[in-house]
Ligand binder design. Structure first.
Ligand code: UDP
Length: 239
C-alpha cells in the first residue's frame, strides 16, 4: 500500500508492518534502501534530479515528520508517521534478537562511539560488526570494509542528501543487506542531543521542541514547513 505525493510513492504502513517489511528486506536478495522522508527532502528533490531518482527507486519510503503526514492528509491519504529514529532502534532490537550483524556509519567519532556504548548497554545481544564516523573522504574504502564485514543491517547517519546518495551508490557494490538513512539519530543515542519529551512526540511537535532548544534550526524549518504545506494544498487542487 502506498500514497502519492508530488510524484513520489510514500509507503503506507503501520509501524509494526514497516518493521516486518524491513525484516523481509534484511533477508532479501539485494541491497535495499529505506528513506525516512521529510519536507526538506521533498524541497531538495526539486533541485537535484539524481536525488529525486533515488527516492523513486528506494525499496521503502516512510513519512518521518509531521509535515509529510499533514501534506498527505491534505491530499486525501491518512498515513501513520513513522519516526526514523524509533524505526531504526526497533530494527536494532530485532537484529539483536536474531543475531543479525549490524554496521553503523556517521556522526563525529566521539558521538558514534558513545552512541554505540549506549546502544550496547540497552540492547543485549547487539552484534555491531563495523562502525565508522561520518567524516571520511574515500567512500570506496568504506564500501570495501562493508564488503569484508558483511553486515545485514547498515544504519547511515550522514544527514540528507549525503546518506541517501551513499546508500544508493552502495546498491551496486555491497552484498544483500538493508540500509537505512538515520539523520541525526546518533546524536540522540549518544546523549548529546535530548529528544523531545513524550508529549511533544505524541503530538507530532518534535520539530517545535527542537526549534526551541536549538534555535539555529529555525532557518531550516522556516519557511520550509509552511511553504511545504502550502504546496501540498496547491498540489491537491492541481490534480
Ligand atoms: N554528518 C556526518 N558527516 C557529514 C555531515 C553530517 O556524519 O559529512 C552527521 C552529523 O554529524 C549528524 C548527522 O550527520 O550526526 C546529520 O544530522 P542532521 O541533524 O543534519 O540530520 P537530519 O536528521 O536533520 O537530516
Amino acid at each position: 500500500m502506498s500514497a502519492e505525493l508530488f510524484g513520489f510513492n510514500i509507503d503506507n504502513y503501520k509501524f509494526e508492518e514497516a518493521v516486518s517489511v524491513a525484516k523481509e528486506l534484511i533477508d532479501g536478495k539485494k541491497v535495499s534502501q529505506v528513506i525516512t522522508i521529510n519536507p526538506e527532502m521533498f524541497e531538495y528533490s526539486n533541485s537535484d534530479s539524481e536525488f529525486s531518482n533515488i527516492i523513486k527507486e528506494a525499496e521503502m519510503v516512510i513519512p518521518d515528520g509531521i509535515g509529510v503526514k499533514i501534506a498527505l492528509k491534505i491530499n486525501g491519504n491518512n498515513i501513520d508517521r513513522i519516526p526514523g529514529i524509533d524505526f531504526a532502534k526497533r530494527l536494532l532490537q530485532e537484529s539483536a534478537k536474531n543475531n543479525i550483524p549490524v554496521a553503523i556509519i556517521g556522526a563525529k567519532e566521539e558521538i558514534i562511539t558513545r552512541a554505540i556504548e549506549n546502544l550496547e548497554k540497552e540492547i543485549s545481544g547487539l552484534n555491531i560488526v563495523y562502525y565508522q564516523n561520518g567524516y571520511f573522504d574515500n567512500d570506496k574504502e568504506i564500501y570495501d570494509n562493508l564488503l569484508t564485514k558483511s553486515p545485514k543491517l547498515v544504519l547511515v547517519a550522514l544527514g540528507s542528501p549525503k546518506q541517501e546518495k551513499f546508500i544508493y551508490n552502495a546498491k551496486s557494490i555491497l552484498k544483500p543487506c538493508l540500509m537505512v538513512g538515520i539523520g541525526g539519530s546518533l546524536d540522540v543515542w549518544s546523549g548529546n542531543i535530548k529528544r523531545a519529551p513524550l508529549i511533544f512526540q505524541k503530538l507530532g511537535l518534535e520539530w517545535l521542541y527542537r526549534t526551541i532548544t536549538q534555535p539555529s534550526r529555525l532557518k531550516r524549518i522556516f519557511p520550509t514547513l509552511p511553504v511545504f504545506i502550502i504546496k501540498a494544498i496547491n498540489y491537491k487542487f492541481s490534480k
